[in-house]
Design a protein. Structure first.
Length: 510
């Protein structure tokens, strides 16, 4: 069975939630491929992964009551045919199985143990085929106890589609889930493979081709993608020989005073390295020397307050403005947001610019409505403050849903940061990042991200694509810099990331 690595090859970045996957399934069946054929291929893909594991001869397959369990029956049959010592245990009764799962069970000739009683210790490996896309509620009772026992068994687990208990749409753990060493999923990955905590439980995710044609995507029109260059590469402002620095935009980064100027320095450096043609730091007099002495490539302008900022921004060549890092919370910052809005200019609002609108997202939405584009980049704390005491974000919703709701409410692109940063656009498109290393969570990293984004927007990249690209570049720069990184290292790591990206984009275009 051929495998395609979801995050490595072109055209594979779409993510399908269980409802969309059901359409893929139905469409394929309607076009003439029987469901049992899909199940046979799914089970065969699982068997292939198990067969490649070292030191495995005794395999215990735990099957659930639906089609995920059906995949388990197929895998068990194939592994037994290949000479593995296979035991199969079912949660529920064999008589209750329906459809393709019942067909697959009918072809399994070995004994069927009761999963509730099954001894998990007598196995080298466990195949988790309990629940997949059909997980409909939190696990409880026997199902919960079994999944907990599997997690405590210490055995390597291969998960079918998803670790049982992980919600494919949200990555939430519904009751419990056992960590897998590998997860075999079908056709496309699901959001739950990328969103936390699900991602941390999947191990290596393999995407098996089970014969669902890519053409089914036309009907599904997926709106969620993994964040990789496939998503935004076509819009990336790769410099051209004919290019001119004015063609690459002019970004403004607004700085706080001398005691908080570091945040704007980091943003400005990110902005320069991201390729903005020109970068101006606008700062109060007290911070002027800090900025003038920091990077020779920067321009520094004196801006003491929102009135000065308005005066500066009369010049239409300023194509993006980064507001927030180190600015302080309050009226003056809110007025600066107003001063920055213009229909030819894109805004990046971060940190204090967002907290200045705590509990007042509607006021923020009204204020930024006149901008060419606006991107907000909150972390979870800033997000919670911004939407506090409003009912715009569904309570207890997952990260994908919350980010989409925020983008819709603000009519702006929202970057909700974290190890699984989600970027959402008001039209419903969303991306989930998976390349941020743990050591990226460091002081000032967010300021650099805001700057990179300002740099891409200055060059005219559309807001959703620019936001996704900035998040990806930020993660890659962190990987390039390696453990021990400080935020200052991130802009300096960008040239190598760009070199590889431009080569890949060039190769793709060619
Ligand atoms: N789509 C495709 O292209 C292909 C899909 N394939 C495979 O099918 C899988 C999806 O199958 P599926 O839809 O039958 O759902 P599945 O995950 O087996 O669970 C449903 C069962 O679990 C039960 N149940 C649910 N929650 C529960 C809970 N908390 N606690 C206890 N019980 C709970 C639920 O019972 P009910 O809610 O009706 O009470 C029902 O009996 C998919 O992940 C993939 O592996 C492949 O064969 C190849 C092609
Ligand atoms: K499973």
């Amino acid at each position: 069975m051929p495998f395609r690595q979801g995050d490595a090859e072109g055209g594979m970045s779409e993510l399908l939630d269980p409802g969309e996957m059901a359409i893929a399934d139905r469409t394929t069946i309607a076009q003439g491929t029987p469901g049992i054929t899909l199940m046979d291929r799914a089970g065969a893909a699982v068997a292939d992964v198990v067969a490649r594991r070292p030191l495995t001869s005794r395999v215990l397959v735990l099957c659930g009551p639906g089609n995920n369990g059906g995949d388990g029956f197929v895998a068990a049959r194939i592994l037994a045919q290949r000479g593995f010592r296979v035991r199969l245990a079912l949660l529920g009764s064999i008589e209750a199985l329906k459809g393709d799962a019942a067909l697959a069970a009918g072809r399994w000739t070995g004994p069927v143990e009761d999963a509730v009683q099954a001894d998990l210790s007598q196995a080298d490996l466990i195949v988790d085929a309990l629940f997949g896309a059909g997980l409909a509620r939190d696990l409880e009772g026997d199902a919960l106890a079994l999944v907990e026992r599997m997690g405590e068994s210490g055995k390597p687990v291969i998960a079918v589609d998803l670790p049982s208990g992980v919600d494919g749409a949200t990555g939430a753990v519904r009751g419990a889930a056992a960590p897998a060493v590998e997860t075999v999923t079908f056709f496309r990955r699901k959001p739950g493979h990328l969103l936390l905590p699900g991602r941390g439980l999947c191990g290596k995710v393999r995407v098996a081709d089970i014969g669902i044609p890519d053409s089914v995507l036309a009907e599904i029109a997926p709106r969620t993608s993994a964040n990789d260059p496939d998503l935004w590469g076509a819009h990336f402002p790769v410099p051209t020989v004919e290019g001119h620095k004015y063609g690459r935009g002019h970004a403004v980064v607004m700085s706080g005073g001398r005691w908080t100027a570091g945040a704007a320095r980091l943003a400005a450096r990110g902005c320069l390295r991201a390729g903005a043609g020109l970068v101006t730091v606008a700062c109060p007099e007290g911070a002027a020397l800090v900025h003038a002495a920091s990077y020779a490539a920067l321009m520094v302008r004196h801006v003491e307050n929102s009135g000065d900022l308005s005066d500066l921004l009369v010049d239409h060549r300023y194509s993006s403005v980064v507001l927030g890092p180190g600015l302080g919370v309050g009226d003056e910052t809110r007025d600066m947001v107003e001063a920055a809005v213009a229909e030819h200019r894109s805004l990046v609002l971060d940190a204090d610019a967002l907290t200045s609108y705590a509990g007042a997202p509607q006021a923020l939405a009204e204020r930024i409505a006149g901008a060419k584009a606006a991107v907000i980049t909150p972390h979870e704390g800033e997000f919670a403050r911004l939407f506090a005491d409003t009912d715009l974000i569904p309570a207890d919703a997952d990260k994908l849903t919350r980010t989409r709701a925020a983008a819709e409410a603000l009519k702006a692109v929202v970057v909700l940061k974290g190890a699984d940063t989600v970027v959402a656009a008001p039209d419903g498109r969303a991306s989930i990042a998976e390349n941020a290393p743990p050591f990226l969570a460091t002081a000032g990293a967010g300021d650099v991200l805001a700057g990179i984004l300002g740099g891409l927007l200055a060059q005219g990249m559309p807001a959703f694509e620019a936001a996704a690209a900035a998040v990806w570049l930020h993660g890659e720069a962190a990987r390039q810099a390696g453990p021990g990184l400080i935020a200052d290292d991130l802009p300096e790591a960008l040239p190598k990331v760009y070199a590889a990206l431009f080569e890949a984009l060039g190769a793709r275009a060619g």
